[in-house]
Design a protein around this ligand. Sequence first.
Ligand code: AMP
Length: 116
Amino acid sequence: MPEVTLFTKIINREIPADIVYEDDLVCAFRDINPQAPTHILIVPRQPIPTVDDVTEADEPALGRLFTAAARIARKEGISENGYRLIINCRAHGGQEVYHLHMHLLGGRKLGPMLAR
Ligand code: AMP
């Protein structure tokens, strides 16, 4: 049995989180350590460890990450000025939680895309 991820525990309400959106395929909640005024994680309900593990069967959930992101961004009032979506993969990508997730960041002008 694969280990239950931190984000699965949040989705199952076993760990508290500020959930802002959920549907049949994804769940979204505020990042515990926000890097911008809006910093929300959008997570497929079915855990996929990393982008490298993605298969065609995951396409509906992965597509939903984007429609959910756009919907949440509008609700957060950051659509007009814009925002950034990030998915980290494994060590060099800076991934900490091995349950694939999309970061939605906005609410201020974000800096250059990569730290040097
Ligand atoms: P990543 O580095 O892409 O794997 O991002 C993991 C993110 O999860 C980080 O931005 C963390 O701040 C966030 N995080 C870790 N634990 C929690 C939690 N319990 N609730 C909400 N966000 C969390």
